[in-house]
Design a protein around this ligand. Sequence first.
Ligand code: ADP
Length: 290
Amino acid sequence: MDIELQKVSFAYAPGTPFEKRALFDVDLAIPSDSYQAIIGHTGSGKSTILQHLNALLKPTEGSVRIGDRTIHAGKKENDLRPVRQKVGIVFQFPEHQLFEETVLKDIIFGPMNFGVSEEEAINRAHTLIKLVGLPESVLEKSPFDLSGGQMRRVAIAGVLAMEPEVIVLDEPTAGLDPRGRTEIMELFYQLHRERHLTTILVTHSMEDAARYADRIAIMHEGHCVLTGTPEEIFSNAEELENYRLELPHVVHFQHELEQKIGRKLPKLCLTEEELAKTIAQLLREERDGQ
Ligand code: ADP
């Protein structure tokens, strides 16, 4: 399912002395099946955009189209439940929202609230708990007896149990160790590829954006200032510098290498594996050419 923000502006507490404009004229089209990263410093408006993606916030000006539903500024909306079911949000530290006595009850709460039968919700819970890498025995435990990483997986299973068509991830690996981080990011990438889940990742990590996303949007002080493929975005080091954003380490390394050897590699590599392959290919060509 696709989402399109058109000229979206948003102000918190509009018309009061505390009014704070957080978004200015944001245009952003997120096609079906894409993996969109949204990058920007703290305060640039990422969370505010994210809450527009399933109508938790409504634009002060402009419109947000979510599949076949359009949310217009200043118009009353009724029954936003179908939108909330189709766009699942994994908020930062989602484990803080667990509240039931057992993991099973926590996972089935969302779908049952949206009219799914108990039997079907329980079936989903059994499938999903394994998908997120936990044993089924966890279903009978209290979520509060689990480790932080396990709780996060349970919370993610709870969002997936709604069977959303779009999943929005707000810094989904914050606070996890490097291994946990990779596992969670790979899980979402697998879901994106195998189930064609449109994925929107809000992140500070240039590495994750470079590795997983096929489109990147850069937010700066409430404006969407750059959009493009990772190749386009990370070829533009000066522009990124204007927004005080870094290149991914691997791109830095490639630039240093190119300076050392006095020639450009045939393409910009976005992961260590890709760079290693490109260098190996270059060495092979040199050897064969001699
Ligand atoms: P990010 O997610 O990139 O850190 P946010 O969307 O949270 O950015 O914030 C954008 C701007 O809106 C910031 O200036 C922030 O201080 C302000 N802001 C965020 N939430 C609120 C709120 N509930 N009330 C008033 N201002 C807010």
